[in-house]
Design a protein around this ligand. Structure first.
Ligand code: PLP
Length: 368
């Protein structure tokens, strides 16, 4: 009988947020809302859509393979960072089919069977999956107050440790690591251990003491900074993200990367979205307003939540998360259960946030 590798057969598959169309089919109703996958409720950058339209006006552009090196997007990224006072070259950038793919590429570049990776409990569920896919060993360090315990994470590093993952801000808890903690951590990390800082929600951060990861990139440290177009830029469906690291790291990762891993439309859309400051500004404004509304309503209901640096809110529960999830589903509201006793809710448009709160009231009245 054909058998997969032991460490593959024991992988617990990733459970994605439920698609809206699926719920609408099941309930036979329209106008369900999805606050489950941290997508941008304002949709994609209009400039990105314009870029796509221009591109497909030349049909042969779609029949050709994409530019595997992503020349124009890398140019746009270099310009984008120059404006922020950060000098980058193409050799220091890698594009991914979502930043998710870059996590996988980094793992396959630097880890093998029996090697260790470190990350926090209550962090991004993709890290253990990537590590297990190569037969690596995951060391999960308990969080403190829904935050990474960076001191304990540094202390857990051994000869076998190849990668440390830090989601900053963290998904699903929405918390962030601060500058001084990160400095303390970087002082303790030996050479030869790759620190991956996953900054998928970077644009939403309000914490003034957010760490400057580029400082360590400039110092030539073993650090890989990941960003994505899936969240604030609203391009989750196109799958595109990028990594920044010193040349030596990017060269090695490029050996593992598929030659045409990012597609033409994603590259074009991202290149245009990057210069759409207005869309990002509106996105952040909507998020801040939604955050204030949800905080207030949750407080009124006496529901505890973890203050967020992202576009979602983590709500610890004293009831079963699946029960609440299902009750809300029946009302056409999709959120995300995370573990047995917590849910994560994406901040949506004002009417979506209101619908969530109203449905939550009804659901809780039924359950409790
Ligand atoms: C959403 C998310 C990503 C980005 O995924 P993409 O593959 O770029 O869509 C990466 N890390 C975390 C922690 C996320 O929540």
């Amino acid at each position: 009988m054909l058998k997969s590798l032991d460490y593959v057969s024991t992988i617990k598959p990733y459970v994605p947020g439920k698609p809206i169309e699926e719920l609408e089919r099941e309930l036979g109703i329209k106008e369900c809302i999805k606050l489950a996958s941290n997508e941008n409720p304002l949709g994609p950058s209009p400039k990105a859509l314009e870029g796509i339209k221009e591109f497909i006006a030349y049909p042969d552009k779609v029949s050709r393979y994409p530019d595997g090196g992503g020349y124009y997007l890398k140019n746009a990224l270099c310009d984008f960072f120059t404006k922020k006072g950060i000098n980058l070259t193409h050799e220091e950038i890698i594009l991914g089919n979502g930043s998710n793919e870059l996590l996988d590429i980094a793992v396959r570049t630097y880890m093998g069977y029996g090697d260790e990776a470190i990350f926090s409990s209550h962090s991004f569920v993709v890290y253990p999956l990537a590590v297990q896919s190569v037969g690596g060993i995951s060391k999960e360090i308990p969080h403190i107050n829904y935050k990474h315990n960076l001191l304990k994470m540094a202390e857990a590093i051994t000869e076998k440790t190849k990668i440390v993952f830090i989601a900053n801000p963290n998904n699903p808890t929405g918390t962030c690591v601060k500058k001084d903690e990160f400095e303390m951590f970087m002082e303790r990390v030996p050479e030869g251990v790759l620190v991956i800082v996953d900054e998928a929600y970077y644009e939403y951060v309000t914490e003034p003491d957010y760490p400057d990861t580029f400082r360590y990139f400039n110092e030539g440290r073993d650090i890989l900074i990941l960003r994505t177009f899936s969240k604030a830029y609203g391009l989750a469906g196109l799958r595109i993200g990028y990594g920044i690291a010193k040349k030596e790291i990017i060269i090695e990762m490029n050996k593992i990367r598929e030659p045409f891993n990012t597609n033409s439309l994603a590259q074009v859309a991202a290149t245009h979205a990057l210069n759409d400051d207005e869309h990002v500004r509106k996105t952040i404004e909507n998020n801040e307003a939604g955050k204030r509304y949800l905080y207030e309503e949750l407080k009124k209901l006496g529901i505890n939540f973890v203050p967020t640096e992202t576009n979602f809110i983590y709500i610890p529960l004293d009831i079963d998360s699946q029960v609440l999830f299902n009750a809300l589903l029946q009302m056409g509201v999709i959120i995300r259960p995370v573990g047995p006793k917590a849910v994560r809710v994406t901040i949506g448009l004002p009417h979506e946030n209101e619908r969530f709160i109203e449905s939550l009231k009804i659901a809780l009245a039924k359950i409790i």
